[in-house]
Design a binder for this molecule. Structure first.
Ligand code: NAD
Length: 285
């Protein structure tokens, strides 16, 4: 059995990055969380603190456990601090060029045994790994939102990912209490390949005026037993992230069935990105 890494670097302190940092710290791992934006780091730490306080209130964590978890997280802007980590998970904005740039920087900092991973929702693991000197140490570790709540980890093997890197990642999944599925690299992997076109279709339905947002969501909750409606879920994922995923599916498969709904593009252009901007298909004031 491979050993789980003990010191984790997380690049990006946004919706996913701070969630990943939280679950790693609660599981006893040392965490270094990086961002380019000092304010994003502060927001990320505030979110983690609030979530841990809630766990204490629900008696899922002791006060000492919360303090210890917070003490395991250090934040910073400098990639050099990743040197002491043995796994780095990139969780920055969903953009190919940005991720390639970040991965080159990470590859230049970490030791030669470290696993480098990405939390990308849709970008090719094989393509991202190809910028590294050692693509065999690269893998997709796709957490789901909200990270502390969702139990799935989609583990994605690129063409060059080694068995050792996969085994270390499976051991990591166990350490952080997640249930992994292993999938082969392909646009959108497995879950988003199925989920995002469904949400996109819900946006077409709304755009065509067939039903209100509330009724679209109620239909899918009450008629299909989904715990949350597709439009509310879109707001939770972030409409910019959802649009990026649809564009990747559309570009990679060259199939018009993946075209993003014009209303989705309009919402993103207007800066209505969902919960993170307090306005999406619903208001969060
Ligand atoms: P987000 O917009 O909430 O956060 C992205 C963070 O990355 C921001 O804080 C930004 O400042 C930071 N960033 C940008 N450039 C950076 C750089 N060069 N170095 C370090 N940090 C940088 O985005 P998110 O929703 O957390 O998504 C992050 C990744 O996780 C994306 O690849 C996304 O596709 C993936 N993902 C998102 C979800 C979801 O539901 N939101 C689910 C699974 C995976």
């Amino acid at each position: 059995m491979a050993t789980s890494p003990s010191a984790i670097g997380v690049v990006g302190a946004g919706t996913m990055g701070n969630g990943i940092a939280q679950v790693c710290a609660v599981a006893g791992l040392a965490v270094t969380m990086l961002d380019v934006d000092e304010a994003a780091l502060k927001r990320g730490m505030d979110t983690i603190t609030r979530n841990l306080d809630r766990m204490v209130a629900k008696e899922k964590l002791t006060t000492a456990g919360r303090d210890a978890a917070l003490a395991r997280i250090t934040t910073g802007l400098d990639y050099a601090t990743l040197r002491s980590t043995d796994m780095v998970i990139e969780a920055a904005t969903e953009n190919l060029d940005l991720k390639l740039k970040i991965l080159r920087q990470v590859g230049a900092c970490v030791g030669e045994d470290a696993v480098i991973a990405t939390n990308t929702s849709s970008i090719s693991i094989t393509q991202l790994g190809a910028v590294l000197d050692a693509p065999e140490r690269f893998i997709g570790i796709h957490f789901f939102n909200p990270v502390p709540v969702m139990s799935l980890l989609e583990v994605i093997r690129g063409v060059e990912t080694s068995d050792g890197t996969h085994a270390t990642t499976m051991a990591f999944a166990k350490t952080v209490g997640k249930s992994p599925i292993t999938v082969r690299n392909s646009p959108g992997f497995v879950v988003n390949r199925i989920l995002c076109p469904m949400i996109n279709e819900a946006i077409f339905v709304l755009q065509e005026g067939l039903a209100s947002a509330e009724d679209v969501d109620a239909g899918m909750r009450l008629g299909c037993n989904h715990p949350i409606g597709p439009l509310a879920l879109a707001d939770m994922i972030g409409l910019d992230t959802l649009l990026s995923i649809m564009l990747v599916l559309h570009d990679e498969f060259c199939d018009p069935k993946y075209r993003p709904a014009p209303l989705l593009k309009e919402m993103v252009a207007a800066g209505r990105l969902g919960r993170k901007t307090r306005q999406g298909f619903y208001s969060y004031t």
